[in-house]
Design a protein around this ligand. Structure first.
Ligand code: SF4
Length: 509
């Protein structure tokens, strides 16, 4: 159904995969948007470093570039060449890490977004962040309509569903509405129509972030996963898309259409603790402020442990802001005793299992003169498998720490995520099988102190009903995810060993 280029090679299809950071721009003076996309994407490389992709639209033609790894550094002199490779006043871009499908290089390359699809003279391009749970059902429908359809990525399913609905004669908004209602999962989508219109929409639960903004001269309008990509371009943030909302850009600004009646907002709580950059804002509030409040909360929830400690330090960088909060609430000195190697840029959480240990070992260095003989609190955003935390604690012990207390801002993770965060089986989650005390023993800490769910919710400024807390409560916002989670949990309790990501097992999804 579609074609994309990798370097100079033209490939006919891709590998299954998910994008985690999206950006899109349109300029109404017919100026190229590549430089906005480039800086916008680099600003959110933390959302996915396995691959990156750009697609522009110029006078009816799509241009695309995709490659592995981080968005590369470009010399200013090279920008003009890139304008030639990716011309046009409209573009979308994507950085990703794999949460479904294969993780080998070839599959990652094949799954790199943005994607395009074409049928009956209609064309559409999409950059997608999220994860679709009911893939089998959508795949069957796509195959009925397009016999040569090959499912290699959830974006393919979004593209094909949109085309099916457009082919049936629906207008664009109705096609998007039917698509929204047909997909179970999380999806923040930015796309370009075959007529060169930029659009964006969010799933009816608004699980993934997606905001809109514009340039000071009001000639360029953009969509982005995070506000940092607006800041780096000197743009103003206008609004966060609402759940179930479609936004198109017209010359005077944004056209907003609420397509779903009474959507139930369920924004991913893990964005606040780990995923988003601390200098991004959600609904006007900086993420770093929320993380500081997390640190203050844990001190209030575990006063005796705070009293027993001599210093606080953090697992950089997502532990830094909570450490400030712990310092403020306890009066303990925040020692910068765990230093991060600036040029080991991978985020441990989004690494493959085989790479995680060595990367965290190389990435974090402990200053033994700061911790020797001391009882230390170390702040961490979350414990998923427990392996990276264990390495840090081992390093602290080797440096002579007397006691190590873990202050963890994200409550104990007891279930998988279905929505694009790669913790996708019960088996891999230390928190699904063990109590807090057992986890402390396994990772070598004197105590593990998780922030409470109520504390986390309050600090975000949201209500419980406005957040997805699926992985920490077992209550998921979408029906199919809930069904698969319930069934798999029962199977695991009876000794079943998951074969892979539970939404990819044969469960009728
Ligand atoms: S299940 Fe957890 S990680 Fe996944 S979207 Fe919900 S809160 Fe975020």
């Amino acid at each position: 159904m579609s074609v994309f280029t990798y370097g100079n090679v033209v490939l006919k299809k891709r590998g299954i995969c998910i994008g985690c950071g999206v950006f899109g721009a349109i300029n109404f003076d017919n100026q190229p948007v590549f430089s906005y996309m480039y800086w916008g994407l680099r600003a959110q490389n933390h959302r996915g470093h396995q691959s990156h992709g750009f697609m522009t639209y110029n006078e009816g033609t799509f241009y695309s570039y995709k490659n592995l790894d981080l968005v590369p550094k470009l010399k200013p002199s090279a920008i003009q060449d890139w304008f030639k490779k990716l011309p046009g006043p409209i573009g979308i871009a994507n950085v990703r890490y794999t949460t479904s499908g294969k993780c080998d290089d070839a599959s990652i390359v094949q799954g790199t977004q943005p994607m395009t699809a074409e049928a009956d003279g209609m064309k559409i391009a999409v950059s997608f962040n999220g994860n679709i749970v009911n893939t089998q059902q959508l795949l069957q429908e796509a195959l009925q309509q397009f016999p040569d359809f090959k499912y290699t990525c959830d974006s393919d399913l979004v593209c094909s569903k949109l085309l099916i609905e457009l082919k049936s004669g629906k207008d664009f908004a109705s096609a998007v509405k039917t698509t929204m209602l047909s997909l179970d999962g999380a999806f923040s989508v930015i796309g370009i129509t075959g007529n060169g219109e930029l659009f964006a929409f969010k799933d009816p639960h608004g699980i993934k972030p997606l905001c809109a903004g514009h340039s000071p001269d009001a000639k360029t309008f953009v969509f982005s996963s995070e506000t940092v990509s607006l800041d780096i371009n000197g743009f103003q943030r206008d609004f966060e898309l609402e759940p179930g909302e479609l936004v198109t850009i017209i010359k005077d600004g944004f056209k907003r259409q609420r397509l779903i009646e009474k959507p139930r907002k369920a924004f991913c709580a893990f964005e606040f603790a780990y995923f988003a950059r601390p200098d991004s804002r959600f609904d006007g509030k900086y993420v770093y402020e929320i993380r500081e409040a997390f640190g203050r909360n844990i001190v209030k929830e575990f006063p005796e442990i705070a009293k027993d400690a001599d210093i606080v330090l953090s697992v950089p960088e997502t532990g830094d802001d909570p450490a400030m909060g712990v310092h403020e609430a306890s009066g303990l000195r925040w020692e910068r005793a765990s230093r991060r190697h600036r040029y080991v840029t991978e985020r441990a959480f989004i690494l493959l299992n085989s790479e995680r240990y060595s990367t965290i070992d190389r990435k974090v260095n402990i200053l033994d003169n700061k911790v020797a003989g001391k009882s230390v609190i170390i702040t961490e955003d979350s414990i998923v498998r427990g392996d990276t935390t264990k390495i840090v604690i081992e390093k602290l012990r080797r440096a002579g720490a007397k006691k190590v207390y873990m202050f963890v801002t994200f409550p104990r993770i007891i279930g998988p995520c279905f929505y694009g965060i790669d913790m996708s089986t019960y088996g891999q989650l230390i928190g699904s099988k063990h109590s807090d005390e057992e986890i402390a023993k396994i990772i070598g800490a004197d105590a593990v102190c998780y922030q409470s769910i109520d504390g986390l919710v309050k600090a975000t400024g949201c209500t419980k009903d406005e957040l997805c807390l699926g992985c920490i409560t077992g209550k998921y916002p979408t029906p199919l995810a809930q069904k698969v989670a319930n069934e798999m949990k029962q199977k695991v309790l009876h000794g079943y060993v998951e074969k892979g990501r539970i939404y990819e097992e044969d469960n009728g999804t």
